[in-house]
Design a protein around this ligand. Structure first.
Ligand code: AMP
Length: 415
């Protein structure tokens, strides 16, 4: 399969070739023709599958094809809106639209919170065809009368599950009141649970359901390793791994903001240049840290799940789960930061005895075992392990038995 058989215009094919893509990914093969055909889509696709191009390319094609007055700024209207949960993801989507749209006469703009409204207002007022926005900032702009969605033709929800997790449902409902009922709606989500299905019922009309096999995602290129280690030796092991293996550009996940800050400080003491990013840091500080990390000036970046959402770092090779996430799906998002689009990656999870039950949940979700290993010198103290892990494992078993009894094995896992 090639991009040219998918029905995209020569301008877009040229941009795709510039990006170095030789063949469409499975989600692109399935979604592009359906979107070009103006149908609604409900797509199950994780990050790393090429989902952004799967909606950006056909949207650019559709809008560029429409004849008329698009060339004049006065006549431009927002015809496509992409809603994304975080600024980082919004930025990544916006970059994709500008990259793929470099040979078509369409304008895109981005709007997210935490930064001044003024430049975003001037950009939008200059006339845009495509707007990528986080829900809160979009509402601000709508209330100010800067954004008019009456001409909207395509509405995209990117990472819809995350938007709901982050509590954007009321914002979404408010936005929906202002968009035309006659429109194409595309919903992308890494997971499907009842909340997503409820939302989809009010949003989509006879959607085409597209699901790419999880094994077709780039997660397959990610080697996953689990090191069992005591919690109080995790920091030492992390520094040892990074230092002894001479890793550069390592992204580490912690569960909490305080944990991220503390770890970053400790890593610096170990001589590894490290910064942390999380929701309490200013947008400027986050962007600076990211840029330094991208440029290779920063060896290690410690992030919380929300802060790392949407991070797109080319060639990122190493991800360390310093603590396993409480939500198993977050594991997939985390390791999806590496091994992107064909490159190889390594995801290491540091597992303390009290986290065994979290690993079990991840294994259920992935439908595969992640064998544990010990690094000589960092073996966990098994005498400490027993009580906590036995209790957790029993709790976990009990919960699963209960779920079976009530027939409510979580939908997320079933997908
Ligand atoms: P996404 O799932 O949209 O976050 O995309 C993940 C990565 O895949 C991005 O870095 C894209 O540039 C890249 N990508 C998207 N489509 C292709 C393709 N057909 N071939 C190779 N890389 C791709």
């Amino acid at each position: 399969m090639t991009f040219s058989t998918l029905g995209l215009s020569p301008d877009l094919l040229k941009a795709v070739a510039d990006s170095g893509y030789t063949a469409p990914t499975p989600i692109q093969v399935q979604a592009i023709p359906v979107i070009l055909n103006k149908q609604d889509v409900m797509a199950g696709a994780q990050t790393g599958t090429g989902k952004t191009a799967a909606f950006a390319l056909p949207i650019l094609h559709r809008l560029a094809e429409q004849s008329g007055a698009e060339d004049s700024a006065d006549c431009r209207a927002i015809r496509a809106l992409v809603l994304a949960p975080t600024r980082e993801l919004a930025q990544q989507v916006y970059n994709s639209f500008t990259d793929y749209g470099r040979y078509v006469a369409l304008r895109s703009a981005i709007a997210y919170g935490g930064v001044s409204l003024t430049p975003q207002i001037s950009e939008i007022k200059a006339g845009v065809d495509i707007l990528v926005a986080t829900p809160g900032r979009l509402l601000d702009l709508m209330f100010k009368g800067v954004v008019d969605l009456r001409q909207l033709q395509v509405l995209v929800f990117d990472e819809a599950d995350r938007m709901l997790d982050m509590g954007f449902i009321d914002d979404i409902k408010r936005i929906l009141k202002q968009v035309p009922k006659e429109r194409q709606t595309l919903l992308f989500s890494a997971t499907f649970d009842s909340a997503i299905f409820d939302l989809s019922k009010t949003l989509l009309r006879s959607p085409q359901l597209i699901e790419v096999d999880q094994r077709n995602t780039t997660a397959r290129q990610v080697e996953q390793m689990v090191y069992a280690v005591d919690a109080d030796r995790k920091r030492e092991l992390t520094s040892y791994l990074i230092g002894s293996k001479n890793w550069h550009q390592v992204l580490i996940f912690t569960r909490t903001k305080q944990g991220a800050d503390l770890l970053a400080q400790e890593m610096c003491k170990d001589g590894l240049k490290t910064e942390s990013i999380h929701g309490d840091k200013s947008q400027g500080a986050r962007e600076r840290a990211l840029e330094e990390f991208r440029q290779g000036e920063l060896r290690v970046l410690v992030a919380t799940d929300v802060a790392a959402r949407g991070l797109d770092i080319d060639q990122l090779k190493y991800v360390i789960n310093y603590e396993l996430p409480f939500v198993a799906e977050d594991y997939i998002h985390r390791i999806g930061r590496t091994g992107r689009a064909g490159a190889s990656g390594l995801a290491i999870s540091l597992l303390s005895p009290d986290e065994n039950w979290l690993l079990e949940e991840i294994e259920v979700l992935l439908d595969c075992r992640l064998p544990q290993q010990w690094l000589p010198g960092y073996e966990p103290d098994l005498t400490k392990e027993s009580a906590v892990s036995r209790k957790n494992s029993r709790t976990s078993q009990k919960r699963r038995a209960k779920e079976r009894a009530y027939g409510k094995n979580t939908d997320k896992r079933k997908r």
